[in-house]
Design a protein around this ligand. Structure first.
Ligand SMILES: Cc1cc2nc3c(=O)[nH]c(=O)nc-3n(C[C@H](O)[C@H](O)[C@H](O)COP(=O)(O)OP(=O)(O)OC[C@H]3O[C@@H](n4cnc5c(N)ncnc54)[C@H](O)[C@@H]3O)c2cc1C
Length: 223
């Protein structure tokens, strides 16, 4: 795994593509400009000239010749709405990469990796799986319905469980916390959680109650 990590100080990148996955969720693809990064790291993005920047996990893999982020438009949000309205050829301010979520020292140890995410919290795990598809990973992802299993074809189907709290499709009809409660956990797994803080706190309580040592749990909180 690569260790190089050169931070780009607020540079302008060019948007190559916007891919709308649902009414509110989209993928921005932009020039990579030879940026080196590690899966799990994030970028701060914003419009040129705008004061506001927000963090977004890198969604693409280390071998891709472009950068991608997965963004959900937040009702009344500033940056997630601004970025939804840009088009191919437009410029975007990029700062980063930053962060230490899926550090190579931790993820490359032998043993299973369990990735737990809600909503766009899937992004760092997508980057990881795209970069290292043969890793010993499994994913438990929670969303309201199956449409939140973004780019499902990029994962090995048997390693991806989508829990749907409001839909009857998906692998588990219910919240991901119910899935965790009802299923066995490998006590040696290293568990990575990413998404909103309520999900992360609830899931951590369940992991703790099931006896998973705190030192095997890593988190990235979005909001
Ligand atoms: C390290 C890190 C990585 C992140 N990576 C991603 C990512 O890959 N994709 C992504 O979509 N977001 C990600 N976020 C969240 C993102 O940075 C912004 O907070 C989000 O896009 C809202 O920004 P905004 O300017 O549109 O809203 P603001 O004007 O800042 O309004 C923020 C309000 O929206 C709430 N909020 C923030 N995010 C969400 C959400 N997803 N759903 C519902 N409410 C929300 C906040 O609690 C707050 O009340 C990440 C955050 C962090 C800290």
């Amino acid at each position: 795994m690569q260790m190089m990590n050169v931070e780009v100080e607020k540079t302008v990148f060019v948007l190559e593509q916007v891919r709308h996955l649902t009414e509110s969720t989209y993928v921005l693809r932009f020039s990579r400009n030879e940026m080196q990064f590690l899966p799990g790291q994030h970028l701060a993005l914003g419009l040129p000239g705008a004061k506001e920047l927000r963090e977004y996990s890198i969604y693409s893999g280390v071998h891709d010749d472009f950068l991608e982020v997965l963004i959900k438009e937040v009702d009344d949000g500033i940056v997630s709405r601004q970025l939804k309205n840009i088009s191919k050829g437009d410029e975007i301010l990029v700062r980063g990469p930053r962060g230490f979520f899926l550090t190579p020292a931790a993820v490359s140890k032998p043993g299973k990796l369990l990735f737990i995410s809600s909503g766009t919290g899937l992004a760092p795990f997508h980057s990881f799986v795209r970069s290292y598809p043969d890793s010993d990973y499994s994913i438990v992802h929670g969303g309201r319905n199956i449409s939140e299993a973004y780019d499902l074809e990029d994962y090995k189907k048997e390693l991806f469980t989508i829990c749907t709290s409001r839909g009857d499709k998906g692998d588990f009809p219910g919240r991901l916390t119910d899935f965790l409660l009802q299923n066995e956990l490998d006590p040696k797994a290293r568990v990575y959680l990413c998404g909103n803080s309520n999900m992360i706190y609830d899931a951590m309580d369940i992991l703790h109650a099931k006896g998973l040592p705190q030192k095997q749990v890593f988190t990235e909180v979005y909001f």
